[in-house]
Design a protein around this ligand. Structure first.
Ligand code: KOT
Length: 838
C-alpha cells in the first residue's frame, strides 16, 4: 500500500482522492460516495446490488488512468495493434479479476469488511457476461488477459449480445433453457461510446456503371442500414499499467431511419424497423461446433466485422498515415471462420470506399489477416448457401467471385489438370445448391493459418486443409492453446496459490514455467500433506455448494471425478456414464465389495436443438437418481449434475477435482482448455491421445497421466476396416449388461423408449467409438482406484501435475502469436496525469 501511494505521489495524483486512492479509507469513501452521489442511496436502503455497483465503480475509477493512458499511447504511437476478431467472449465475472490485476484485493476486502459486508458475498452477486458458448469464447477471454498482462497493444472486437448463453436448469432430469438477461441490473464495467458508431449496409443490390474517368464503379444500394454503437470494457493486465479495450458492438436503428414512414404516421412500421435493427445483436447462437446457416447469424457476423474494420481504418487514418500502410498499424486475428467475411469486407472498403486498385487492396488484405482454426468436425465447418448470402451481401458475393477467379488461376498453374484439387480449393462449393466455403475464404485471405494443439495442427494439414497445406505450406503453424493463471489459479484457488507462493515466491503468476520449482517438494511428506489439505478444503467448499444448489450430500473424502464441458457426443459424457453403471453393477453383484468411493460431477450445456446431447443429460440424471438412492450403494457412488455450467461455476469446480475426464474420441477435440485448468489445479487426467492431452501428458510425464483408448490413427483405421460396434456389445458381457439395463428401462422406471435413440446410435453407428473404447476405459479407471488408495503417491502425482503445467499459460501462447505471427512487441504504458492533459 505504501509503495502504491509513493507511486501515486510520483505521478502527481492526490493519494487520497476518492477516485484514485488505494488505501482502505479512500476505498471506503469511494464506495459511500458512489452509493450516495451516483445511486442516490444511503446504507439503510441500499441493496446488495447497490453495493456491488458501488464497489465496481470504485474499482473501475481506479482502472481509468491506465485505460486512457493505454489508448492514448496506442493511437498516437507508431506501434502495431493486435485486433482480435471474435464472435464470442466468455469473460466471466470482472470484479475479483480486476481487484487481483490492480493488486488491491486485500485493501478492498478490508474496506468492505469495515462497511459491514463480506467481499465474497458481493463478488458472488456479479452476473457474468456469458457472451460465448465454450472453449472458443473462453480462449478469446484468456488471450485478452495475456495480451494486457504482456503489455501488448490490443483491441478485442465482438458483439454486445443483449442475451448471452442461455441459463440452464434441470427439470425432471432434462435441460430446460431460460434467457440470460445479464444486463438487467446494469453493467458497471462498460462505457457506451455513443459517438463511436458506424453504419452497416445490408441486402439490396449492386449498381454498376462507368464513371467519367472510365473506371468501373460498383455502387451497393442497400436494402437497409443498421448502426453499430461501441461499448467498451477495459481489460487490465496483471500488475501493469496496460489496460486494453474490448469493444463490443450493439446494433441500433440509424437516427434517420425510416423517418419517412414515421412522418407519414406509420408508427408501427417505424417501430418494427427499430426492432429489426436491434435484433442483430440481440442473442448469441447457442450452438457449439454445430453451425446453423441462418440469415440472422450471417448478419451478426457481418455487422460486427464491418463495424470493427471501419473502426480500425478510422483509427489508422486519424494517426495521419496512409491507407496503403494499414497492415503496419493493425494485424487482425480471425477466431475461427465466424469473422472471415472480414476478408471480403476489407476488400470492399479498400476498393469501393478508399478507391484502391484490386492488386493493392489484395496486398493490404493478405498482409492483415491471420486465421485460427478450432475444429475438424465437418458439421462445424461454416458454409453459406449462395442465394442466402447474396440476399444479405450482394457486393461481397461479387468480390468473393473475383478473389476466387484470380486464385483459381494460380491453383491451375500449380496443380494443372487436377480437378479434385481445384474443386476443393475453390471458395464456392457446388452440390445441389451452390455455397460459399468460409474456411477457404479465411485461408486464401490470410498470411497465417494455425491450429490450436500440435495434434490438431497435424490433422488439419492432413485432412480439412490438406490441399491448402500443399498449396501454401509456409502459412501453417501450430499455436497450442493456453489458459490464464490469474483467473484459473490466483482468483479461483487462492489457498493453493498461497501454498505455492510460500515455497517458490510469486513470480510464477507471470512466468508459469517457474512452477517447476515445486517438483523438489513432490516427495516431501509435509508438503504433500499441506497440498492434500488444500485440496480437501476445496472439495469441502464444493460439497457445500452442491448441497446448497441441489440439496445433495456428497462425501468430500471420496474421489472427485469431474467432467465439465459442453455436452457433445464427441466429448463422450456417455462413456463416463457407462463406467458409472459398470461400478454400480459390481456393487449390486457384491454389496460388500471394497471399492474406492467416488463422486462423479458433471456440468455442461447442450445446444437447445441437439437431441442426443439433451438425452445424454437426461441419462446422467436418470442414472444418478438410481445410483444415489440405492441403499446397497451406501453412498459410495454419487452422481451429480451441477446445473448451468459457466465461468463462475467453473471457478468453483476446478479446484476441487481429483480426476479430470478428458475422454473425447481421439482426433475430435481440437485442443481442450478445461484439461489445462484442471491439471494446473492438481487434478490427474484420465484421457485419450487427443488435442492438448497429448502435450499435457508429455509435460507431466506418462506415469502421471492415465491414458486409454484408440489413437486418432487407430480410430481412422478401425473405421476404414468397417467398424461394427455391435461386436463389442456382443463380446463384452459387462458392456452388454450396461447397455441392456439402459434399454430395458432400469434407469427410467421401465420406460424402454426414452433412451433408445442413444443406445441405437451406440449399437448400430457409434461414430465416436464409445463401445470400442469402453474396455480400455474401465481398465484404466480400475488403475486409478488403486492409485487413489495410495494417498502419498497420489499427492506426489498431483503436485507434479501442477509443477509441470507451465507450458499451458496463455502468456506462452500469446508470446508465440506475437513473435511468429503478429510481429508485435510489448509497449509498456506510461501513465498520464489526467489533471495535466488538456
Ligand atoms: C464452434 C463453431 C464453429 C467452429 C468451431 C467452434 C468451436 C471450437 N467452438 N469451440 N471450439 C473449441 O475451441 C477451443 C479453443 O481453441 C478448443 O480448445 C476446443 O477443443 C474446441 O472444441
Amino acid at each position: 500500500i505504501e509503495e502504491a501511494a509513493a507511486e501515486q505521489v510520483k505521478n502527481n495524483i492526490l493519494v487520497e482522492d476518492a477516485r484514485t486512492g488505494l488505501s482502505v479509507d479512500a476505498l471506503k469513501r469511494a464506495i459511500s460516495n458512489n452509493l450516495f452521489y451516483v445511486q442516490g442511496k444511503y446504507p439503510e436502503i441500499a441493496t446488495r446490488n447497490d453495493y456491488f455497483m458501488a464497489i465496481s465503480y470504485a474499482v473501475r475509477d481506479r482502472m481509468l488512468q491506465r485505460w486512457t493512458s493505454s489508448v492514448r499511447q496506442y493511437i498516437s504511437g507508431k506501434n502495431k495493434i493486435v485486433s482480435y476478431l471474435s464472435a464470442e467472449y466468455l469473460l466471466g465475472p470482472h470484479l475479483a479479476n480486476n481487484l487481483i490485476n490492480l493488486d488491491i484485493y486485500s485493501q478492498m476486502e478490508q474496506a468492505v469488511k469495515e462497511l459491514g459486508f463480506s467481499l465474497d458475498w458481493l463478488i458472488d452477486k456479479e452476473v457474468e457476461p456469458g457472451l460465448g458458448n465454450g472453449g472458443l469464447g473462453r480462449l478469446a477471454a484468456c488471450y485478452m488477459d495475456s495480451l494486457a498482462s504482456l503489455e501488448v497493444p490490443a483491441i478485442g472486437y465482438g458483439i454486445r449480445y443483449q442475451f448471452g448463453i442461455f441459463e440452464q436448469a434441470i427439470s425432471d432430469g432434462w435441460q430446460v433453457e431460460d434467457t440470460d438477461n445479464w444486463l438487467r441490473r446494469g453493467n458497471p464495467w462498460e462505457i457506451a461510446r455513443r459517438e463511436i458508431s458506424y453504419d452497416v449496409k445490408l441486402g439490396g443490390h449492386v449498381q454498376r456503371y462507368i464513371d467519367e474517368k472510365g473506371k468501373l464503379i460498383n455502387n451497393w444500394i442497400p436494402g437497409w442500414v443498421v448502426k453499430g454503437v461501441a461499448y467498451d470494457t477495459p481489460i487490465l493486465g496483471y500488475k501493469v499499467n496496460t489496460a486494453n479495450t474490448l469493444r463490443l458492438w450493439k446494433s441500433e436503428a440509424p437516427r434517420t431511419f425510416d423517418f419517412q414512414s414515421f412522418n407519414a404516421g406509420e408508427y408501427s412500421n417505424a417501430v418494427n424497423q427499430k426492432i429489426i435493427c436491434e435484433n442483430i445483436s440481440k442473442v448469441l447462437y447457442p450452438n457449439d461446433e454445430q453451425i446453423e446457416g441462418k440469415k440472422l447469424r450471417l448478419q451478426q457476423q457481418y455487422f460486427f466485422v464491418s463495424c470493427s474494420l471501419q473502426d480500425m481504418i478510422n483509427i489508422h487514418l486519424r494517426s495521419g498515415d496512409k491507407i496503403e500502410n494499414f497492415y503496419e498499424k493493425f494485424v487482425v486475428q480471425l477466431n475461427d471462420t465466424h469473422p472471415s467475411i472480414g476478408i471480403a469486407e476489407m476488400m470492399r472498403l479498400l476498393l469501393d470506399v478508399h478507391r484502391m486498385e484490386w492488386d493493392d487492396a489484395w496486398k493490404v488484405t493478405t498482409k492483415t489477416f491471420a486465421y485460427t482454426n478450432h475444429t475438424l468436425l465437418p458439421e462445424a465447418l461454416e458454409t453459406w448457401d449462395l442465394e442466402l448470402f447474396a440476399s444479405v451481401l450482394p457486393r461481397h458475393l461479387d468480390i468473393i467471385y473475383e478473389i476466387n477467379k484470380r486464385f483459381l488461376v494460380d491453383v491451375t498453374l500449380k496443380f494443372f489438370g487436377n480437378h479434385q484439387k481445384i474443386d476443393s480449393l475453390s471458395l464456392i462449393g457446388e452440390g445441389r445448391r451452390k455455397y460459399i466455403k468460409m474456411a477457404n475464404l479465411a485461408s486464401v485471405g490470410s498470411f497465417a493459418i494455425n491450429g490450436v494443439a500440435s495434434l490438431h495442427t497435424e490433422l488439419l494439414k492432413k485432412t480439412v486443409l490438406k490441399d491448402w497445406y500443399e498449396f501454401s505450406p509456409e502459412k501453417f503453424s501450430n499455436k497450442t492453446n493456453g489458459v490464464t493463471p490469474r483467473r484459473w489459479m490466483v482468483l479461483s484457488n487462492p489457498q493453493l496459490t498461497k501454498l505455492i507462493t510460500s515455497k517458490i515466491g510469486d513470480t510464477w503468476i507471470k512466468h508459469l514455467e517457474e512452477l517447476k520449482g515445486l517438483e523438489k517438494y513432490a516427495e516431501d511428506p509435509e508438503f504433500q500433506q499441506a497440498w492434500m489439505e488444500v485440496k480437501l478444503e476445496q472439495k469441502k467448499k464444493l460439497t457445500r455448494k452442491i448441497h446448497g444448489t441441489l440439496g445433495m450430500i456428497v462425501n468430500p473424502e471420496s474421489l472427485f471425478d469431474i467432467q465439465v464441458k459442453r455436452i457433445h457426443e464427441y466429448k463422450r459424457q456417455h462413456l463416463n456414464v457407462l463406467h458409472i453403471i459398470t461400478l454400480y453393477n459390481r456393487i449390486k453383484r457384491n454389496p460388500d465389495i471394497d471399492i474406492v468411493p467416488r463422486t462423479f460431477i458433471f456440468a455442461g450445456k447442450s445446444a437447445p436443438g441437439y437431441r442426443k446431447a439433451k438425452l445424454i443429460i437426461k441419462l446422467i440424471n436418470a442414472v444418478g437418481k438410481v445410483v444415489n438412492n440405492d441403499p446397497d450403494v451406501k453412498d459410495r457412488l454419487k452422481v451429480v449434475f451441477y446445473p448451468n455450467y459457466n465461468v463462475t461455476n467453473a471457478q468453483k469446480i476446478y479446484p476441487a477435482a481429483d480426476l479430470s475426464e478428458q475422454i473425447s474420441t481421439a482426433g475430435k477435440e481440437a485442443s481442450g482448455t478445461g484439461n489445462m485448468k484442471l491439471s494446473l489445479n492438481g487434478a490427474l487426467t484420465v484421457g485419450t491421445l487427443d488435442g492438448a492431452n497429448v502435450e499435457i501428458r508429455e509435460c507431466v510425464g506418462e506415469e502421471n497421466f492415465f491414458l486409454f483408448g484408440l489413437t486418432a490413427d487407430e480410430v481412422e483405421k478401425t473405421k476404414s476396416e468397417g467398424y461394427r460396434p455391435w461386436e463389442y456389445y456382443k463380446n463384452n458381457k459387462y458392456l452388454r449388461e450396461v447397455i441392456d439395463q439402459i434399454n430395458d428401462g432400469y434407469f427410467s422406471q421401465l420406460d424402454q423408449l426414452i433412451f433408445k435413440e442413444l443406445t441405437d446410435s451406440l449399437l448400430y453407428d457409434d461414430q465416436f467409438m464409445v463401445l470400442a473404447d469402453y474396455q480400455s476405459y474401465v481398465e484404466i479407471q480400475d488403475k486409478i482406484d488403486e492409485a487413489f488408495r495410495d494417498k502419498s503417491n497420489w499427492a506426489r502425482m498431483s503436485i507434479l501435475n501442477t509443477a509441470r503445467m507451465g507450458k499451458f499459460s496463455s502468456d506462452r501462447s500469446i508470446r508465440e502469436y506475437c513473435n511468429e505471427i503478429w510481429k508485435v512487441e510489448s509497449v509498456p504504458v506510461e501513465l498520464i496525469d489526467p489533471s495535466k492533459t488538456s
